[in-house]
Design a protein around this ligand. Structure first.
Ligand code: NDP
Length: 457
């Protein structure tokens, strides 16, 4: 006899855990099935461990300026210590996630799920059947690995978190978030780091000023950039990996990492067989309520192909549970989502890029570039960038882009007035906080340039 549930959630990542907890709190009988570790990509092998490694890598910059503040620092670095401490913290967070599910009364099955029919899920290892009214697919995604000879010699971000030792050098393929964040980490820890990207500008789709500031910052941190080139083959070369590029050159690297995007996890658990529509990018197609074309199957988080960001998955999980088990229909607003790239320099962005905004109508663009105070006593020359894009003549703020120390924290706060519809006038009325980098946001006097009738003037 099968156990009966109102909701079975497949995947205990950010979206699945939030949905399960809220649904259970609202009175539903809920089971969640996870074959790996509770916490999902973000907690186990994504945002959280990544940021801990970013903190680790940033010490090299701090040591560099320390002398100009009177400190003498003799530093050495031990990768296994960082990894062991990071693992301890991830274990703690996993336990906290598990405790949260327990406290809400969610039953957790550490197994692989298989959809047998629209109302039955099989636990693959255990063999047990769970009957359910509703299925929520929250299975996340996995790294895309280009199909090239020797691809098994490369690693992805998954393995990067568990390297026994740092390689002498690393080649990272890709020009997205993961490529630039891991380049920052490896370069900061002293690894000779190269990014190879098929395009001609990192972080496609970001504001051009952020792209250019990032490019300069990475180069200042010793990261080599190879553009308009692909990796065609990998081969063993002693303890190195020999990389053949699309321009015909072959070169050895201590390690090769693919950061070439992520693919939604939709295969191997009966989703297609259940009749769920899969889109052209391999994503589960959903409406604004996270509903698939199959009435009792829903999908939240990275698997549905929306912005692959933890807070989006959490919002979608919450909205799903409140809609189904609460008393109001809830959707998630996918516009005006702030995001940060924990590169060097750090980037924060919200709203429209200059190019996007210029196609919407007349706009004003304010740009401030300056040397952050921490660098003023040293010879370091990196500059910060703060950029505001507004409707013409003091109208609404349409976009904000920041590069430099604290960009992530700043952009989270700027996003609040922007979501509220703040104008340039509202920013101007706000008293500056001195001395800070963020004060530039409220002291930008006249536009650096304008767009009128689609033309830059
Ligand atoms: P992205 O989509 O950001 O970048 C993928 C990169 O790989 C792009 O530069 C893309 O090139 C390139 N690429 C794709 N396919 C190939 C191929 N076959 N050969 C060569 N290059 C290829 O993905 P990531 O893996 O970096 O990150 C996945 C997602 O995770 C992000 O989109 C983001 O939503 C999320 N994330 C968020 C973070 C944060 O918030 N700080 C941190 C890390 C991840 P092209 O530009 O030409 O398409």
């Amino acid at each position: 006899m099968a156990d009966r549930y109102d909701l079975v959630v497949i995947g205990a990542g950010s979206g699945g855990v939030r949905a399960a907890r809220i649904a259970a709190t609202l009175g539903a009988k809920v089971a969640i099935i996870e074959e790996y570790r509770v916490g999902g990509t973000c907690v186990i092998r994504g945002c959280v461990p990544k940021k801990l490694l970013v903190y680790g890598a940033r010490f090299s910059d701090l040591f560099e300026v320390a002398e100009s503040f009177g400190w003498q620092v003799e530093a050495s670095f031990d990768w296994p210590t960082l990894i062991a401490n990071k693992d301890k913290e991830i274990d703690r967070l996993e336990r906290a996630y598990g405790a949260g599910l327990d406290a809400a009364g969610v039953e957790v099955f550490r197994d692989r799920a298989e959809i047998v029919d629209l109302h039955t899920i099989r636990l693959v290892k255990d063999g047990r059947l769970l009957e359910t009214e509703t299925i929520l697919v929250a299975t996340g995604g996995h790294p895309r690995i280009p199909d090239i000879p020797g691809k098994e010699l490369g690693i992805t971000s998954n393995e990067a978190f568990h390297l026994k030792q740092l390689p002498r050098s690393i080649l990272i393929e890709g020009g997205g978030y993961i490529a630039v964040e891991f380049a920052t980490i490896f370069a900061g820890l002293g690894v000779a780091t190269t990014i190879v990207y098929r395009g001609d500008c990192l972080l496609r789709g970001f504001d051009t000023d952020l792209q250019q500031t990032l490019e300069a910052g990475l180069q200042q941190h010793g990261v080599k950039l190879i553009y308009q080139t692909n990796v065609m083959a990998l081969a063993e070369a002693g303890t190195d990996v020999a990389v053949t590029f699309s321009d015909g050159i072959t070169a050895p690297y201590g390690a090769v990492m693919f950061a070439t995007g992520r693919i939604p996890n939709v295969e191997g658990f009966g989703l297609r067989e259940a009749g769920v529509e899969i889109g052209p990018l391999g994503e589960v197609v959903v409406d604004q309520y996270s509903r698939t074309n199959v009435p009792n199957i829903y999908a939240v988080g990275d698997v549905n192909g929306h912005k692959a960001l933890t807070p989006i998955a959490i919002r979608e999980g919450q909205a799903f549970a409140q809609t189904l088990y609460g008393d109001t229909l809830r959707t998630v607003d996918h516009s005006m989502v702030p995001t940060a790239v924990f590169s060097e320099p750090e980037l924060g962005t919200v709203g429209l890029t200059e190019l996007e905004a210029a196609t919407h109508g007349d706009i004003d663009v304010y740009v401030a570039r300056f040397r952050p105070m921490i660098n003023t006593l040293s010879t370091r020359s990196e500059r910060m960038l703060l950029k505001l894009i507004t409707e013409a003549d003091g109208g609404k703020i349409l976009g904000c882009h920041i590069a430099g120390h604290g960009a992530a924290e700043m952009i989270q706060l700027v996003a609040i007035p922007m979501v509220m519809g703040a104008t340039k006038g509202d920013f101007d009325r706000t008293v500056a906080l001195h001395p800070s980098a963020a004060e530039e946001l409220v002291t930008l006097k006249s536009p650096s340039y304008r767009y009128r009738d689609g033309k830059k003037v």
